[in-house]
Design a protein around this ligand. Structure first.
Ligand code: ZN
Length: 442
């Protein structure tokens, strides 16, 4: 069934971006069948169902290249004792207890709620990093089911770490990678790894072996805090990225998350191996770990994308955070205006293409029908020439009205169609206090 999303302002984000007023995007099945002037599209597709998009901007669906669905139930939880004073304490007191306390239904709800949040924010593709040592086997299947029900696209992995059981999580990753294979454009798989400082050489070698055999990349946190760099320098006499390169983790399909504490030689390794970096500015600020050297990474030709690290699912907010952070950190009001949108709009699409084998992030005939349709009445002229100004200072605060993925309308007129948000949130409120209680006993 074809649908005409008509009379909107279409921003195509093709290599040469076009801003088309009073324009229409036609979807037919999972693909875009036409883009152009509203009257022409009505003539070409007279039988398509019409969805009026006047007063709205139609953009490609947003992409998040690093998320942690499992963090959902930590919201509002109090942690007894002194507040964590550094990054390692945050992991030990909070996240390494949250993941252990999760039971089967918690995992499902913890995925469903951020998936709803993704749809609310026009995010139609996510690369997630999951951990639940208390219920490991089959956990990725539960999340896959939630993703398919929600109707968006996701790449999933399980976080392998030596902190609980040596090699813990390897079997779940291997099982899921073998099951998903190259993926179907809706679900993909990666080899998930926690971080250099929680992984022995032997475990990393096993992870890399499985990933290489299946032709998938590794998804690992890298030098998020200075502690990761110091651990590598102390134990292995080389910095984190060099260690991971030596063990075969780098490469075009791999994602190195954060890269806050790396030196220029490590950046050169990332560039020469084509390894992607994902920047998570809100998370870095929240954990007070430091500032990723974004501008230098980009200058060296490293592909840097943008994620939320579980802080939320609103990619426009994350983009503006990157914009503000790097202006302040560099004390230079000339920077980040081009770079922050580039991470979200271009680089995330390239990273997603490597995982899914699909070109998404553009509105053009024949491409996947993933759309974010946003309430926005531009107060000044809007064109290709000044689109980024409208993105950073206007669209970022506007409300997503309609979200489309694979041609399916997942939210229309701000009404969630694919998920029962009230029921899911109510059940999560019932189970979260029980999870908090189990966590206190760990
Ligand atoms: Zn993370």
């Amino acid at each position: 069934m074809a649908t005409r999303f008509e009379n909107g302002i279409v921003v195509t984000l093709e290599e040469k971006n076009r801003v088309l007023w009073n324009a229409t995007v036609v979807t037919d099945g999972k693909r875009i069948a036409g883009v152009g002037e509203a009257s022409k599209m009505r003539q070409r597709f007279p039988d398509a169902e019409a969805v009026d998009c006047s007063g709205k901007v139609i953009l490609p669906g947003f992409i998040c290249t690093h998320h942690h669905f499992y963090s959902t139930m930590a919201r509002g939880m109090s942690i007894p004792g002194e507040p964590a004073s550094n990054f390692v304490e945050i992991l030990e007191r909070l996240w390494w207890k949250v993941d252990r306390a999760l039971e089967e239904e918690d995992i499902v709800l913890s995925a469903q709620l951020p998936l709803i949040d993704c749809i609310r924010n026009g995010t139609t593709m996510v690369i997630d990093h999951h951990a639940s040592p208390g219920m490991r086997e089959g956990s990725l299947d539960l999340i896959e089911k939630a993703v398919r029900q929600a109707g968006i696209r996701a790449s999933l992995c399980y976080e392998v770490s030596d902190r609980n059981i040596a090699g813990g999580g390897l079997a779940e990753n291997q099982r899921f990678i073998e099951k998903v294979g190259k993926g179907d454009g809706e679900i993909a798989a990666m080899m998930g790894m926690h971080a250099s400082f929680t992984l022995s050489d032997a475990t990393i070698e096993k992870c890399v072996g499985i990933a290489q055999q299946a032709g998938v990349g590794c998804h690992i946190h890298v030098a998020e805090d200075a502690a990761d760099r110091e651990d590598s320098l102390t134990k292995y006499k080389i910095p984190t990225v060099s260690r991971l390169q030596r063990l075969g983790v780098t490469g075009r399909n791999s994602i190195f998350v954060h890269c806050v504490h790396i030196d220029e030689a490590e950046m050169d390794i990332l560039a020469s191996t084509g390894t992607s970096v994902v920047h998570n500015p809100e998370s870095n600020m929240n954990n007070a770990v430091g500032v990723t050297p974004l501008l230098t990474l980009l200058k060296k030709g490293v592909l840097v994308g943008l994620g939320t690290d579980g802080m939320g699912s609103d990619m426009l907010a994350q983009m503006r955070c990157a914009y503000l952070l790097h202006r302040l950190a560099n004390r230079d009001p000339r920077v980040a205006f081009m770079e922050a949108p580039q991470l979200l709009l271009q680089n995330n699409a390239t990273i997603a293409e490597r995982q899914f084998g699909l070109r998404i992030g553009q509105i053009a005939e024949g491409l996947p029908a993933d759309l974010a349709i946003i309430d926005y009445q531009p107060p000044t002229p809007l064109s290709e020439a000044n689109f980024l100004g409208h993105l950073i200072f206007g669209l970022v605060d506007a409300t997503v009205d309609t979200t489309v993925c694979k041609g399916e309308i997942l939210m229309r007129g701000k009404q969630m169609l694919s998920m029962d948000e009230a029921r899911i949130a109510a059940r999560s409120r019932e189970l979260a206090p029980k999870m908090w209680k189990r966590l206190q006993e760990l």
